[in-house]
Every structure is written in C-alpha cells, then in structure tokens.
Design a protein around this ligand. Structure first.
Ligand SMILES: Cc1cc2nc3c(=O)[nH]c(=O)nc-3n(C[C@H](O)[C@H](O)[C@H](O)COP(=O)(O)OP(=O)(O)OC[C@H]3O[C@@H](n4cnc5c(N)ncnc54)[C@H](O)[C@@H]3O)c2cc1C
Length: 491
C-alpha cells in the first residue's frame, strides 16, 4: 500500500487536498477535531432553524467543479447550485440601491438606471478590464505553486499586470474607470475580503469584484452552504480517503529527515510520510508542529491579521418579502470605516452591514412560514484590545437599531432564536487574533511572501488553507488544497 498521508482538518482546504491525493492513489486519512466536516463552512442547528456559520454564497463554482472533477466526479451529481439573481443588492446611505445582476447587458442597464448612459458605457469598459486583469493574474500568480522570488519575476506577466493598473491602489484604479461614487464603492468594498482598505490594497484585488459581480454567486439548493463540504467529504471518501471526525491532532512529528506522523489526542499515533496541515497556521507553528518546522514569514516578523466580524444569526418568525439573498448596506463614512477597521482597530462609525437571507433557496432551514437571517458587521480583531464584554452589547443594540432604520422592522421581537458570534468567540475556536479571515493580503503577505505551503525544514510537511497561498475565501482555499496535493505528489 502507498505510504499514508494525513490531512489535519476537514475544512474546505483539507477536503480539497484529500480529494486530489486520494484520486492520485494515495492512502489518505483526514483527521478533523469537530463532529462534522466544513470548518468555517460549518452548520449550527437551534430551535428548529439551521444556520450556515460561515460563507453565505459560493463564487467561482468552476473551482468546485475542478475539485470534484479531479476524482472523476460531476458536480451536478453532488450539489445542486442555484444561481442568485440578483447576485447581491447594494444600498447606499443616500437611499440609492444597485442590484448586481447576471449578464453584461442587464448590469449595464442597472448602472444606467442609477447613474446614466455614460457611466453605463464606462462600466462595460471597466468590466472588460476586470476580465483582462483576472486572466493576467490567474495562471501566472494564483493557480500555481511558487518556489521562490525568481518564480515571481516573470517580466512579461508583471509588465502586463502593471499596465492594467495592478500595482496602483485599488481605489485609484477603480476611480480612473468609473466616475459615480456608488459604482466606485460597489467595486472597491470587496477589499475588505482581503483584510484591507481599498485605499491601501493593490489594484490586483480588483479581480475580487470580478469573481462575484461578473462570475456570479451561487447557493446550494438543499442544505445551504454546508452542503458544499458534505459533498466534498462524500467525493473524498468515494475516492478512497477516510475521515476521522471528532478527533484532534495533538502534534505533528518529524524533523530534518522528514515528517513521520501525527499524534492524536488520547495518544494514538498515525504514521505518515506526508502531512498536510490546514488548521490555523500561526497556531500550528506555535503548538502543533515539530521544532524543525520553520518559516521566517510566520516566525520572524509581525504578522498582520484581517479585521474580524460580529455575527448575529436570527431565526425569524416571519419571512421578508422581496429581500435579496445577499444585501450589503454600505454606510456613509467610507474612508473612516476602513480606517477604523484596518488602522485604528476600532468599530465602524456608521456600520456597513452584510445581510443574508437564504430561506427562499433553502426553505428547509426554517419552519414553514419562518426564515433565517444572518447579519455580519465587520469589526476589529482581538489584537485591537477592545473590551468585548462592553463593546459587544453596545454593538448589538446599534445593529438592531440600524436594521430597523433600514426597514427590517423589530427583528428582536420577530426572532425565536438569536446566536451571536463575536471576535473572542472566533478566538475560542482556535483562530489567531480572533479573526476567521486569517492573515490579510497586503503585499508583504502575498504570493511568495505569504507563509509557504511546503516546509523547508521538514520534508513532507505541507500546508493548505487560508493562512497560506493563495489566500482566504472558498475558491482560494480549494485551490490551496490542490497546490498542497501537488507538493506531496511531486516529492
Ligand atoms: C462569517 C464568514 C463569512 C465568510 N464569507 C465568505 C464568502 O462569502 N465567500 C468566500 O469565498 N469565503 C468566505 N469566508 C471565508 C471562507 O469560509 C474560508 O476562507 C474558508 O472556509 C477557510 O477554509 P480552511 O479549510 O482554510 O479553514 P477552516 O475552515 O478553518 O478548516 C480548518 C479545519 O481544521 C480543523 N482543525 C483545527 N485544528 C485541528 C486539530 N488540531 N486537529 C484536527 N482538526 C483540526 C478545524 O476544526 C477546521 O475544520 C467566510 C468565512 C466566515 C467565517
């Protein structure tokens, strides 16, 4: 039998790595501390309601298709994805609304309705520009392993990106293409997904807007977002991987001669020639890995973590007519919002909120006539030193007040269940700095400068997940699983 590979963690990255490795004939065991696979893409049930606790939409389904395809499976046999229409809805403090809708023509019509025909023409040109940027970045920089700075020095690819504005600030890049302030915000707020302000993030991250505004957003019709890891776990098992749930890896063993295995809580030892670690990366370096595992990117400098979030999951006793699946309510104080989150470690002065209403696509998540609602307010992470015992209740009051002002009515009165997750709760889940979004994507934590996915000190020790390359988010961590598998298979 082929030497065993252990994957630590059955989040999306771990499941992706397991599929690629098992499909290539490796003997794979995935060890997961929780009772269900999924990690951040998990699920919680309470009072007759079911809640997705992490991502609320799926972008780039082609990456999921490629992941299950590696094992010879068809996506449709495992997951029924509903395209969302609108992809999402944006509301602005002046009362304006912009629906991000599928298709260039429909979207241009929506831009024209809001900002006139000239802006619609500019929008179409910008949309094409975003497509060129994605193409310039995907193959050379995102979808492949990088072995050193020389690997990044691809003069033609870099020159192309520079010409497209990839090394300007995101805000400046977008502002040269779009003139309406609402359109600019609609294409820059996504910087927060990279943990940065659009005034600091590089233009290369304009492609995040392409991934959802152009590529669309999707939602599993049955079972919500948690259906995604369940499907991936099914594919991994069918390909021959075995999953050990409710089992914690206590430490990874090995040294300069190579990784030798893992020790589980309780003392059992699993021998392994390769180990793929997908748990929180800075915490792994601190507590899980052998001393010979070193990466100066993690250990010898100050790490910069993304902001965190304050989440409220509600089990509503009514439904919300006309509510989009995903609505982003943008606040007034644009620059101050990002400064509070990314520089001053505070809370937003006039909060932008993300509201998800999954019930129409996932009716089984709530009793008949009822619905679930998920409200996310970006906040500082726990490194900011806020006193959450004091800030949390204040934020909660403000959040309900803001939602009432936005037309949601009295949601406290209309909820049978309320679950709150604040940054200390993320930290209690083992996430460094109390953020589920890991390291931010500033230049010094991108590409070859991001913690690497193969240990230089311990051969066979490999990493996947949001803390390593290429980065945070569902498509990225699925890719990270494939890149980790390639590291193992090419050894
Ligand atoms: C609220 C929220 C909203 C989000 N929204 C979006 C979105 O809209 N779009 C998007 O693309 N992304 C979104 N994301 C980000 C995305 O969900 C994550 O980037 C991704 O799921 C991370 O996957 P991962 O496998 O890297 O890590 P994780 O999901 O954290 O997986 C790591 C796994 O390792 C396990 N583990 C840890 N330690 C051990 C141990 N010692 N032994 C065994 N197992 C262990 C954990 O239990 C966990 O299951 C969101 C995340 C959150 C939290």
């Amino acid at each position: 039998m082929a030497a065993q590979t252990v994957v630590v963690g059955a989040g999306l990255a771990g499941l992706s790595a397991a599929i690629h490795l098992a499909a290539a004939g490796r003997d794979v065991v995935v060890v997961e501390a929780e009772a269900v696979p999924g990690g951040r893409c998990g699920t919680v049930a309470s009072g007759g309601y079911r809640f997705d606790i992490g991502p609320s939409v799926l972008t780039m389904p082609e990456v999921v298709r490629a992941t299950v395809g590696a094992a010879g499976e068809e996506l449709e046999d495992w997951l029924e994805l509903a395209p969302l229409d609108p992809i999402y809805r944006l509301t602005f403090h002046d009362g304006a609304r912009l629906d991000i809708v599928p298709g260039a023509e429909r979207m241009a019509a929506e831009v024209e309705r809001l900002a006139g025909p000239e802006e619609a023409a500019r929008y179409l040109a910008f949309r094409a520009h975003l497509g060129r940027m994605l193409e310039a970045e995907w193959g050379p920089f995102i979808d492949r392993n990088i072995d050193g700075p020389a690997d990044l020095a691809r003069p033609l690819a870099l020159a192309r990106l520079a010409r497209l504005g990839g090394f300007r600030r995101l805000h400046n890049l977008v502002a040269t293409h779009l003139s309406d302030w609402r359109l600019r915000r609609a294409h820059t707020f996504q910087a927060l997904y990279t943990g940065l302000s659009p005034f600091d993030a590089l233009g290369i991250y304009a492609v995040v807007a392409h991934m959802d505004t152009v590529g669309g957003a999707f939602f599993p019709r049955r079972g919500g977002m948690h259906a995604l890891p369940l499907a991936l776990a099914g594919v991994a098992e069918k390909a021959g991987a075995s999953l050990r749930l409710s089992t914690r890896v206590e430490r990874v063993e090995g040294g300069p001669d190579g990784v030798t295995g893992v020790v589980l809580a309780g003392g059992e030892r699993l021998a392994a020639r390769d180990v793929v670690v997908t748990s929180d990366l800075p915490a792994a370096y601190a507590h899980l890995l052998p001393p010979a595992a070193r990466d100066w990117r993690v250990q010898r400098r100050r790490l910069h973590f993304s902001p965190s979030c304050y989440l409220v999951h509600l089990g509503l006793t009514r439904q919300l007519d006309g509510q989009a699946h995903h609505t982003v309510h943008l606040g007034r104080d644009w620059k101050a919002t990002f400064e509070a989150l990314t520089r001053h470690g505070g809370i937003q002065p006039d909060p932008s909120l993300l509201v998800t209403y999954p019930s129409p696509e996932d009716p089984d998540a709530a009793p008949p006539g009822h619905a679930t609602l998920f409200v996310l307010e970006p906040t500082a992470n726990t490194r900011a030193g806020l006193d959450w015992a004091e800030v949390g209740p204040r934020l909660r009051e403000r959040l309900y007040g803001r939602l009432a002002g936005l037309g949601y009515g009295d949601l406290r009165r209309d909820s049978a269940v309320e679950l709150v997750v604040d940054p200390p709760a993320w930290e209690a889940q083992g996430l460094t700095a109390g953020t589920p979004f890991s390291l931010d994507h500033r230049f010094g934590q991108t590409g070859w400068l991001r913690p690497q996915n193969a240990s230089a000190g311990v051969p066979g020790l490999v990493f996947a997940g949001m803390g390593t390359v290429p980065g945070v988010g569902v498509p990225m961590v699925l890719i990270s699983g494939r890149l980790a598998a390639e590291r193992v298979l090419n050894r």
